[in-house]
Design a protein around this ligand. Structure first.
Ligand SMILES: *Cc1c(COP(=O)(O)O)cnc(C)c1O
Length: 398
C-alpha cells in the first residue's frame, strides 16, 4: 500500500482482534503471571526474535501493539515503552554508556537529563560535557576518543534554540558516535528524526508519551525508538535490568490518544504560532522564543529541516524593567493558563523560569537584556479566549 498520512496510519494500524470480535479498540491486558502451557514451554530458552509472553512485566499484547504504533509514528522499526519520559532518558544513557565513556549534552537539554548526567552518570564514572547546540564547529572540537553518546534536543527546553541538527549529526556520523534525540517536542510529527536530511538521522529517538501521544495530561509514559536492531537489543536488555514496565490502563489511554495526535498537534502548533506572533507585538515583551519565528535562535536550522513542524511551546522574555515578582503577578492573573509542569494536554500552561542555575554556557538570546522568562504551552482551548486572557493579564504589568 502507498504511504499513508499520520492519522490514517494510526487509525488503520494492524491489530488482530479475537476471532469473531469485530471491534477495533485494543483491550486492556492485565497480568503479572502469564501461564505456560506445560513445563517444556517453561524450559524453552527465550527467543529475542519471536514474541513469547513469559511475564507481565516484559510485555503484553497491549504494550506490543502500542510499541508498534509508536514505532510507526516515529518511522522507526523498534520501540521500547517505559514508565515515563525521564525513564526513557535514563534507559538510553544507561544502555549506551559505560564507565570511562563521555556523553555530550546540549546546554539547553531537558533539566532532568542534565541531572542524570551530573548526578547518576558521574557516580558511575561516566563523564559529561555540555555543548552549544547552535555551534557545530565548537561542538566538533569537544568530540574525543571517549565520546560514546551525543544527546540532541530540537528545540531545546525552555529557551527553544533549534540546534544545527545537520552540522551536529554530520560531525557524529563522521566519527561513528551514537546519537540520541529527545524528540518530545517533535513527537514524531515535526520531522522524521531518523531522516533529517538524505541518509542523515539520529540512531535513537526517545519521547515522553506523557505529552502529545497521550494528550490527556493523565498518563506518564516514555518511548525509546530506533531503526537499528543491535541498538534495540541493548535498550531492551537495559529495560529488563531496570525492572521497567508500563501500566496497562496507561497503555490503553495512550492507544486512545494516538488517532487524534496529528489533529491535536497541528491545532496546538497553529495556535502557539499565532499567539507567539501576537506576544511579539506586546510592548512589555522584549523577545519571543519560538523556532518558527525569524530572529529566534536557531530559526535558520529549523528552516533547514524540510517542512518541520513547530509544536505547541514558546517562551516570552519580558522587558528587564519588570521584576520577577511583577512577571509572577502576570502569570497569577492568567485564568485560562494553569501554572504547572508538563504540556501538550488540553489545558494551556504558563511557567516562569529562572535559568541562573540551569545553564553552563551563556544564553545566546540575552545580549545584555536580562528579563524574566515565561514558558507557555498551548493547549486546546479556543485561541481567542487565550489571546483575551493574555491581554487582560498583561494589563497587570501597566
Ligand atoms: C516532559 C519531558 C520529559 C520527561 O517526561 P516525563 O514523562 O514527565 O518524565 C523529557 N523530555 C522533555 C523534552 C520533556 O518535555
Amino acid at each position: 500500500m502507498t504511504k499513508r498520512g499520520k492519522s490514517t496510519e494510526q487509525i488503520h494500524h494492524d491489530y488482530q482482534p479475537p476471532s469473531g470480535w469485530g471491534a477495533v479498540p485494543v483491550p486492556v491486558y492485565k497480568a503479572s503471571t502469564v501461564l505456560f502451557p506445560d513445563t517444556a514451554a517453561l524450559h524453552r530458552p527465550r527467543s529475542r526474535e519471536a514474541v513469547t509472553y513469559r511475564y507481565g512485566l516484559q510485555c503484553t499484547p497491549g504494550s506490543l501493539t502500542l510499541a508498534a504504533r509508536i514505532a510507526t509514528l516515529e518511522q522507526a522499526t523498534h520501540c521500547v515503552l517505559v514508565p515515563s519520559g525521564l525513564a526513557a532518558i535514563t534507559l538510553t544513557s544507561m544502555a549506551l554508556l559505560k564507565p570511562g565513556d563521555e556523553v555530550l549534552l546540549p546546554d539547553n537539554v531537558y533539566g532532568q537529563n542534565r541531572y542524570i548526567s551530573t548526578g547518576l552518570l558521574s557516580r558511575l564514572g561516566i563523564h559529561h560535557r555540555f555543548y552549544d547546540p547552535l555551534d557545530a564547529v565548537a561542538f566538533e572540537g569537544l568530540l574525543s576518543e571517549r565520546t560514546r553518546l551525543v544527546w540532541l534536543e530540537a528545540a531545546g527546553s525552555i529557551t527553544m534554540e533549534f540546534p544545527d541538527l545537520i552540522g551536529l549529526l554530520q560531525a557524529c556520523k563522521a566519527r561513528g558516535i551514537t546519537t540520541a534525540m529527545d524528540n518530545t517536542w517533535g513527537a514524531g510529527m515535526a520531522f522524521n528524526a531518523f531522516e533529517l536530511a538524505p541518509g542523515l538521522g539520529v540512531d535513537v529517538s526517545m519521547q515522553a508519551l506523557t505529552k502529545f501521544a497521550s494528550g490527556g495530561a493523565d498518563v506518564l509514559m516514555g518511548a525509546v525508538c530506533t531503526r537499528d536492531a543491535a541498538l534495540h537489543r541493548r535498550l531492551d536488555e537495559m529495560y529488563e535490568f531496570l525492572g521497567y514496565g508500563v501500566g496497562q490502563n496507561d497503555v490503553e489511554a495512550v492507544l486512545r490518544g494516538l488517532p487524534s495526535l496529528p489533529l491535536r498537534y497541528r491545532a496546538q502548533e497553529a495556535a502557539a504560532l499565532d499567539l507567539a506572533r501576537w506576544m511579539q507585538q506586546q510592548p512589555s515583551v522584549a523577545r519571543v522564543l519560538h523556532p518558527a519565528l525569524a530572529g529566534s535562535p536557531g530559526h535558520e536550522y529549523w528552516k533547514a529541516v524540510s517542512q518541520a513542524g513547530s509544536s505547541c511551546l514558546f517562551s516570552a522574555v519580558f522587558q528587564p524593567a519588570y521584576t520577577a515578582g511583577q512577571v509572577d503577578a502576570f502569570v497569577d492573573a492568567l485564568r485560562c493558563f494553569g501554572i504547572g509542569y508538563s504540556w501538550a494536554g488540553p489545558m494551556s500552561l504558563a511557567v516562569p523560569y529562572d535559568l541562573t542555575h540551569s545553564r553552563s554556557l551563556p544564553l545566546p538570546w540575552t545580549p545584555q537584556e536580562g528579563g524574566t522568562l515565561v514558558r507557555f504551552a498551548i493547549g486546546l482551548e479556543d485561541v481567542e479566549d487565550l489571546r483575551a486572557d493574555l491581554a487582560q493579564a498583561l494589563l497587570t504589568l501597566g
